[in-house]
Every structure is written in C-alpha cells, then in structure tokens.
Design a binder for this molecule. Structure first.
Ligand SMILES: Cc1ncc(COP(=O)(O)O)c(C=O)c1O
Length: 387
C-alpha cells in the first residue's frame, strides 16, 4: 500500500495550500502577456557590474573566508554598516541589534516561530502582505483585522481592539504598503506606537519600500518613534539592490536578540557568507545612497497612480465585480494582475486588485492598463444589476 502522506502531515500544514491564482498566473510567463501581477523590481536596474566586481574582489582577497561557514548573527562589517545607516534615518540601534536573515520573509517566519502558539492573534491591516499571512498561518495564528484608509491603518479604535482581542503582535507596513501602496500618516504612526505601549504589545514594522520614495518627504519610522523597545524592525536589500541575494535584516531589542539567533540556527545556520561579503563590498562606499529610485523604478507614464513610492497600486472596483473572475478574462486579453482577496486574512476584498508597475516598460504598462480597462468594462456590462 502506498504511504498516505497527508495523514502524516503535522497540524500546522492545514493552512498551507497552493493558491489557484498561481495556476492562472503561470500563463503570464508567456512573452506576449503584460504582467502587472508580480512584485518584482525592474531587472534593468540590478547592479550587475557592481556585484560582478565585488564577488571577484571578495574571492580574490578573502576567498577562504567567503566560502566558509560563518556566524548566525551575520557578517560583522555589514551589520556595522546597517546600524550606522539606520541611525542616519533616525533608528537608534547598534550592530549587536542587527540579525541578518535570508530575506525579510525568513524574518517573518522566525517571528512566527518565536512568538506564536496555535490560536495566538496577530493584529494586521486589511489588506496586508500575503507572505506574512502565509508565514503566520503556518504557525496557526488567528487575526485581529484593522481597516485602512488613505492614511494607512485606522487607529481610532485601536485601544478597544487591543483590549478586546489581546493580540500577541501588531504587524504594520507603514510605507507604501504591499498590496495597497498606502503610507501611514505621522499622526497615525504616533497613535499606533502609543497604543502599543499602553497595551504592551510589540510591533513588527516591515519596511521594504521606505527608500523607494519618488515624491513627498520621508516620515519617521515606527522604530524611531518607539522609546520602549517595543518595535522589531524589518528591512531588506531585495528592493534596493536585488531580491535574488536573499539578504535582509532585523533590528531587534537587546532582550530578543539571543532568542532570534537561536531560532535562526536550526533553520539555516546562517545567511550566505559570500552574498553578505559581496553586498558589503557594494555598499561600503555609499552605493545604496546614490541609487536614484525615482528613475530606477517609476515609469514616467505611471503618473496616473497616486502612489508616492513603492511598487504597487491598489484598485477597488464596484461591489459585485469578482476580480478572480476578471483575471480569467484579463489573461485572455493578455494582461495579468493579482486579485486582492488573498491579501485579506478574512478572505473578503473580492472586488480589489493589486497592480505592479515596476516590472514593465512604460509603453507596455499603458497597453496593459488599456486592456485591463476593456476587461473591466465588459465585466461591468455583464453584471448590470450591481453596477
Ligand atoms: C511587505 C513585504 N515584506 C516582506 C517581503 C519579503 O521580502 P524579501 O525579499 O526580503 O524576503 C516583501 C516582498 O515583496 C514584502 O512586500
């Protein structure tokens, strides 16, 4: 008799399933489909030359160190550099607070591993980052879901929600949120940090997009507004250098550092030594500071969006339009996007969609939007009663 593998799976796998949307989106790899579905940075701006030189230099000068096992905490000089750089942006931390991870995605998984027992609640925005929901789902989390508006997470009822739902953690995306592209106002940031302090609930501040601001001024991070060591900061090289590096960092309060190192060790021992060393080599002379995100990531013709940064535009269509059905029609018209429902921990948001504008040329973006507009019109016409 063949083994019944499913009967052997642990309870925590119950909420791990492939999305049907992924199946539909597979066709978007075809060259004639304009995909606004991904979350990919524009590959033309990857610093290929810089990395080529950096790897060469690292291998020539420190090859035997670069190819060896190394510390779970991460490469010392890279941690120093990050602490100094974060300090310039108002985040008080030392290299000893920085843990290098395999992408922020690993950081989210470690957060689940360290904090979440089955049934523990995480307070998240509605909608929120799909990868975080998947990470917390795999630790059998439940959610307290807080609405958003143009100023980000709505904070007016936070005290009530925190008192009633007693979440273990707050997961917040203050800059150019994925998927909505929204940025949290300064007032909301302050209110969030104050409410977290009143209720003693830690905040996970996930900020992959903060440096991709094309207009307007930077707002202080939650970490810089926190004087009680309640904020765990997450940052990544994925959107400022290249996601294939799988290199990111956590800024951890002193009291948490050791536990997170212990949680990373059984996962992967450490993040790639050579990737960290080459990235340090690329960054040490200020390369990241010279990046011009505006030109690099934002196609000029995409001004139709109100996003001041990041990679995404969020759209809400009239009630009654199901964007999962719309996707089938859109793919037939050779344009793709991600239906928004997956970003809602409570599975609402059927009429929403996320559009990525960083991975297509301006001309194709325009054509894609045009095709999408046509598909939406046709769906609206097909559902006149709800229009
Ligand atoms: C909000 C958010 N957090 C985390 C990640 C994961 O990034 P990384 O490539 O560092 O794992 C992403 C990637 O798109 C993201 O949008």
């Amino acid at each position: 008799m063949p083994v019944n593998w499913e009967s052997l799976f642990a309870d925590r796998t119950e909420r791990m399933h492939a999305s049907d949307i992924r199946e539909i989106l597979k066709v978007t790899a075809m060259p004639d489909v304009i995909s606004l579905a991904g979350g990919l940075p524009a590959p033309e701006v990857f610093p290929v030359e810089e990395f080529s030189l950096a790897f060469e230099r690292v291998l020539a000068e420190q090859g035997r160190v670069a190819l060896q096992y190394s510390a779970s905490e991460g490469y010392g000089p890279l941690r120093e550099l990050l602490a100094e750089r974060l300090g310039r942006f108002g985040t008080r931390c030392a290299a000893d607070n920085i843990l290098i991870t395999n992408g922020s995605q690993q950081a989210l998984d470690l957060i689940g591993k360290v904090f979440l027992n089955p049934g523990d609640r995480v307070l998240i925005e509605k909608p929120s980052y799909l990868g975080a929901i998947q990470a917390f789902d795999s630790y059998q989390a439940e959610y307290a879901i807080v609405p958003m508006d143009e100023d980000g997470m709505v904070t007016s009822d936070l005290d009530d929600v925190l008192a009633r739902e007693r979440p273990k953690l707050i997961y917040a995306l203050p800059n150019f949120q994925n998927p909505s592209g929204r940025t949290m106002s300064l007032q909301r940031r302050t209110q969030l940090v104050e409410a977290a302090r009143r209720h003693n609930v830690p905040i996970v501040e996930d900020d992959p997009y903060g440096e991709l601001r094309y207009e307007g001024r930077d707002l202080p991070s939650l970490k810089s507004l926190d004087f009680d060591d309640l904020v765990i900061g997450l940052g990544t090289f994925s959107k400022i250098l290249a996601p294939g590096l799988r290199l990111a960092w956590m800024v951890l309060p002193d009291a948490l550092y050791e536990m997170f190192v212990l949680s990373k060790q059984p996962a992967d021992l450490h993040t790639s030594t050579i990737a960290q060393m080459a990235t340090y080599e690329v960054c040490k002379d200020g390369f990241v500071d010279r990046l011009d995100a505006l030109e690099a990531y934002f196609p000029p013709s995409a001004r139709w969006t109100k996003a001041e940064g990041g990679l995404f535009v969020w759209a809400e269509l009239p009630d009654g339009i199901d964007t999962r059905e719309l996707l089938i029609e859109a793919v037939a018209q050779k344009v793709a996007f991600v239906p928004g429902q997956s970003f809602y921990a409570d599975r609402t948001g059927q009429n929403t969609m996320r559009l990525n504008f960083s991975n297509v040329t301006p001309d194709r973006l325009k054509l894609g939007i045009e095709r999408l507009g046509g598909a939406i019109e046709r769906r609206l016409a097909a559902t006149p009663a709800r229009r």
